[in-house]
Ligand binder design. Structure first.
Ligand code: SF4
Ligand code: SF4
Length: 442
């Protein structure tokens, strides 16, 4: 694609990067077929190619974002399915990230929109504040239908996703010693939302790692990875969170890896090197952190896992989180680990399509998110699985809100099959279906 940026515009490293990305696009349109929003409404402007044209036009003319551009960029899930499909290697993620920051700087959103985004940005990345908000949400949950009927769809979506029970407490900075001789040392990104909603995910991660001789450090001073606000275009806040994490993690000596069990966060941590590429202090340190980042399944695949009892022959519908399959290109390891440990793993048809979670998307775009969830739940339920596994708390929460089937994190099943407790969300009847394992495949 030809571009016409001026030399003055190209002096800005973000514009220069976007120029390279735009030039790589040959507008073939292959990406449209795998874009969830295009699949839903068939509107070219809600396809990757349409969005690329909108972004190009906005950046080249260096003009404030228009309502039309904002509408179509806001509808993008940043699922990155288009990047997997694109034969020309167009780095849509960096392009849309640039566009979101540009929109945040140049577009004046409605008061309601600004208020909601500010609330999300000031609450969600901070566990203590978000815990209070989730506690308050319990009182509003019985009125979800009423709130939706009043037209407050985003508030209804927030209440719908909030848990019924009291939120848990975040994991404190500490070191979990390896069981037996120490074979490695990793830093765990504990996450900001994870522990409040599902502390069993970090608990399972710590158990399975320490059981296999890996010491696990939750670093003092680390917090939200920055992706929640990064995807809202709030670059200053995101980069402050990124720098804080880099400083906290690089203060930990002797770590072999930074392990994430939240694939959305993992995708962002792996991009820290790019996000801070022009930062005079943190550029090299950010690249080092990105090179250490590993999804938990990616890391576990390098260990000789030992099956314990009970393992299971339960049928697992494996939902590939977009951030894991498209963002990090991790497709094999989670399924191979589960199969090796005795589970019968089924792929979900149309697995490349997003479930509608996408960070704060299911709150900011509740109608599209709901349609995507219904579509995803339908394809999963047709598999009649015993359990649904995913590698991201966002997907787990989103899918669980639309199905009676139990939804767990992949690492909970791996922990269970290697000697840990049965995942909490597995119902008693499904637990009773557990069979003794045959010997795991080597
Ligand atoms: S598939 Fe790639 S090259 Fe083709 S239109 Fe989409 S982004 Fe452009
Ligand atoms: S990131 Fe996902 S929603 Fe956005 S344009 Fe690409 S495929 Fe479509």
């Amino acid at each position: 694609m030809q571009t016409s940026f001026t030399l003055a515009q190209l002096a800005d490293p973000d514009v220069s990067e976007s120029d390279k990305i735009l030039r790589a696009c040959v507008h073939c349109g292959f990406c449209t077929a795998t874009c969830p929003t295009y699949v839903l409404d068939g509107n070219e402007l809600d396809s990757p190619r349409g969005r690329i044209y909108l972004i190009k036009d906005m950046l080249e003319h260096d003009r404030p974002a228009t309502a039309e551009v904002v509408q179509h960029i806001d509808r993008c899930l940043s699922c990155l399915s288009c990047m997997t499909t694109c034969p020309s290697g167009v780095h849509y993620m960096h392009l849309v990230d640039h566009a979101r920051g540009y929109i945040e700087r140049t577009y004046h959103r409605s008061l309601a929109d600004r208020f909601l985004r500010a609330v999300l940005a000031k609450l969600m990345p901070y566990p203590q504040r978000f815990r209070l908000a989730l506690t308050a949400a319990i009182a509003g949950k019985p009125f979800v239908s009423l709130v939706a009927a009043l037209g407050l769809k985003r508030l209804a979506a927030m209440l719908d996703l909030a848990p019924w029970g009291l939120p848990h407490r975040p994991l404190k900075p500490q070191t979990f010693g390896a069981r037996g001789p120490r074979k490695g040392r990793v830093i765990l990104l504990a996450g900001c939302v994870n522990d409040l909603l599902a502390p069993e995910i970090n608990a399972a991660t710590v158990r399975v790692l320490t059981r296999h001789g890996i010491e696990v450090v939750v670093a003092e001073g680390a917090g939200c990875c920055g992706s929640l606000v990064h995807h809202m275009g709030r670059e200053r806040q995101a980069l402050a969170q990124v720098r804080a994490n880099i400083d906290a993690w690089l203060a930990v000596e002797g770590a072999d890896a930074i392990v994430t069990n939240l694939s959305g966060c993992g995708t962002t941590v792996k991009d820290y090197g790019f996000m801070l590429r022009t930062d005079p202090v943190h550029a090299e340190r950010a690249a080092r952190v990105s090179s250490l980042a590993r999804d938990v399944c990616e890391y576990l695949a390098t260990l000789p896992l030992q099956a314990g009892a009970p393992a299971s022959r339960l049928t697992v519908a494996y939902h590939a989180a977009c951030s894991l399959q498209h963002g990090q290109r991790i497709t094999r390891q989670p399924k191979e680990l589960l199969a090796k440990l005795g589970f019968a793993v089924k792929d979900v048809p149309d697995g490349h399509l997003c479930c509608g979670s996408a960070g704060t998307y299911n709150i900011l775009q509740p109608e599209i998110a709901k349609r995507l969830r219904e579509r995803k739940v339908g394809t999963i339920e047709r598999l009649r699985p015993d359990v649904i596994a995913a590698g991201n708390i966002g997907c787990i929460t989103q899918i669980a809100a639309g199905t009676e089937f139990p939804v767990v994190h992949t690492v909970e099943l791996i922990d269970w099959a290697t000697g840990g407790p049965t995942p909490r969300r597995l119902s008693a009847d499904r637990r009773d279906a557990v069979m003794r394992p045959s010997a795991p495949a080597e």
